[in-house]
Design a protein around this ligand. Structure first.
Ligand SMILES: Cc1cc2nc3c(=O)[nH]c(=O)nc-3n(C[C@H](O)[C@H](O)[C@H](O)COP(=O)(O)OP(=O)(O)OC[C@H]3O[C@@H](n4cnc5c(N)ncnc54)[C@H](O)[C@@H]3O)c2cc1C
Length: 457
């Protein structure tokens, strides 16, 4: 066997040269101008990008800053009202890496941030309606499905059809997204930034535009304009990352149509059931199995049911969603208020009562709400640079997996911003400029998507 052990002299030389490299890098870093990174949007995506940047504080020159600019409240939109389900192996083609990396990172991040609502849990596919045979009418759901009785929850004691497993808890998990976002935010807020270290702040205001100066072949970001309390303000910025969920399509105007970001907002109602109490008024635990239900023609629903560790049961997949156009989103549709639809609350309640005698008899609704998932035409996210600008990035449009993918997106964008390229994922399929006609793209030189491939001589 050939070994490559270094002699003590070589080891000293090697450590001297790595020390010299490290010293050079440190000197270069301290001579570099500070970076002022502004992330637009304090949903799970924007906050994850900021958090992953923040974790790499050693990669920033002294006196640098990260700012999140949020128009309404932290996790006030889909990131506070979505389900929080994730599945490692449910990716398809180009989204496989997002599912896998996101899933693996969650376990580590939730331990690091002491997130209480994260857990792995089994998932069943459930056909709504009556049991498949007459005999089934006399048997409980568990009796009819003995091989699954360990994972069939006690509260699934009503009338349902066929049941089959979609995951037994190895590669399926959940988190309550609001808690995850708030814990990341708290960690950044409370970080010590003495001696010119990286500082963090959350600014409440609505982004209205981007300032830039003409550079050598591209426009360099200099600031982010916003309104707060009817006054105009500007944040100094060297870099801007637009992560404003469905409203990110407004960035078409902010970047003077250098990029086209077609987007649909799919607005859906969801409901949350109160935790059950025992006869002494103490919280009873709720069996932790998620359900994906087939289409229920009676109510127009296809419920997704997520019992949470706090004893609540979250339900979406209620049907009757509204599809909000790009131009309406650009006019801030449903940004400050996103009301649920009462008829969908009734439909979801009836569909769930049919499946669960427990909730039909004793269940009480805690919350009815609605939110929008951001959906580009090909259902893939926009993640990458804005053509014609330096220091401008988009991270938006994560459709129905924006919670599951958030840690992976955060890491990918942090690499792109700090290293100039993303090593953890292939971002090419997510190029924000993939719907942009070439005549609209700014900048000099030849481009493939928003990736510069050099001058065309
Ligand atoms: C009913 C439902 C259930 C879902 N369930 C799941 C699930 O189980 N698993 C999963 O992975 N995904 C799920 N999703 C999808 C997921 O919720 C979204 O993909 C994700 O929350 C999007 O996060 P975001 O941070 O990009 O956007 P958002 O959460 O929409 O956040 C955008 C933020 O930007 C702010 N903002 C907007 N405009 C401006 C501006 N001009 N200036 C400053 N701030 C601005 C907004 O106020 C908001 O806080 C679900 C979605 C819905 C609708």
């Amino acid at each position: 066997m050939i070994t490559h052990a270094l002699s003590p002299v070589h080891t000293r030389l090697a450590s001297f040269s790595s020390l010299r490299a490290a010293t050079t890098t440190t000197l270069q870093m301290s001579a570099a101008p500070p970076r002022h990174i502004v992330v637009i949007g304090a949903g799970i995506q924007g906050t994850s990008v900021a958090y992953q940047l923040h974790k790499r504080s050693a990669s920033f020159p002294p006196h640098s800053s990260i700012t999140i600019l949020e128009s309404q409240a932290v996790a006030s939109a889909a990131s506070g009202k979505g389900g929080g389900f994730m599945a490692r192996s449910w990716g398809n083609g180009v989204t496989t890496g997002l599912h896998e990396l996101g899933f693996d990172m969650y376990e580590e991040l939730c331990a690091e941030l002491n997130v209480q609502s994260y857990r792995k849990l089994p998932v069943l596919s459930v056909a709504p309606g009556r049991p498949p045979s007459n005999k089934g009418n006399q048997q409980s759901v568990k009796e009819r499905n003995p091989s699954l009785s360990d994972v069939i929850p006690d509260w699934l004691d009503g009338s349902v059809g066929r049941i089959s497993p979609l995951g037994l808890g190895e590669d399926t998990a959940q988190v309550t997204p609001k808690e995850f976002v708030e814990k990341m935010m708290d960690r950044m807020m409370n970080a010590n930034c003495s001696d010119g270290g990286l500082s963090f702040k959350l600014v409440m205001g609505t982004c209205t535009g981007i300032d830039y100066e003409e550079g050598d072949g591209s426009k360099s970001i200099t600031g982010v304009r916003y309104t707060a309390n009817d006054k105009e303000h500007t944040l100094e910025a060297s870099d801007v990352i637009v992560s404003a969920g469905p409203w990110s399509c407004k960035a078409e105007h902010w970047f003077e149509n250098s990029v086209q970001l077609p987007m649909e907002g799919v607005k859906s109602t969801s409901i949350v059931w109160k935790p059950p109490l025992d006869h002494e008024g103490k919280l009873k635990s709720v069996d932790a199995t998620a359900l994906f239900c087939g289409e229920d023609e009676r109510f127009g629903t296809h419920l997704e049911v997520y019992p949470r560790p706090d004893g609540t049961v979250y339900i979406c997949g209620i049907g009757g969603s509204d599809y909000i156009s790009t131009s309406d989103l650009q006019s801030s549709a449903f940004l400050s208020s996103c009301p649920p639809k009462p008829d969908r609350v009734t439909a979801a309640t009836s569909a769930f009562h049919a499946m669960s005698n427990t909730y039909a008899q004793k269940g009480e609704l805690q919350t009815v709400q609605a939110c929008m998932r951001p959906c580009p035409p090909d259902a893939l996210p926009y993640m990458g640079t804005v053509p014609g600008y330096s220091g401008a990035y988009i991270n938006a449009g994560h459709n129905c997996w924006g919670i599951a993918w958030a840690p992976a997106c955060g890491r990918a964008m942090a690499e792109l911003v700090l290293d100039g390229e993303c090593a953890c994922l292939d971002l090419n399929p997510f190029d924000p400029a993939r719907f942009t006609t070439s005549s609209k793209r700014g900048g000099r030189g030849r481009k493939k998507g928003s990736l510069s491939v050099g001058e065309q001589w």
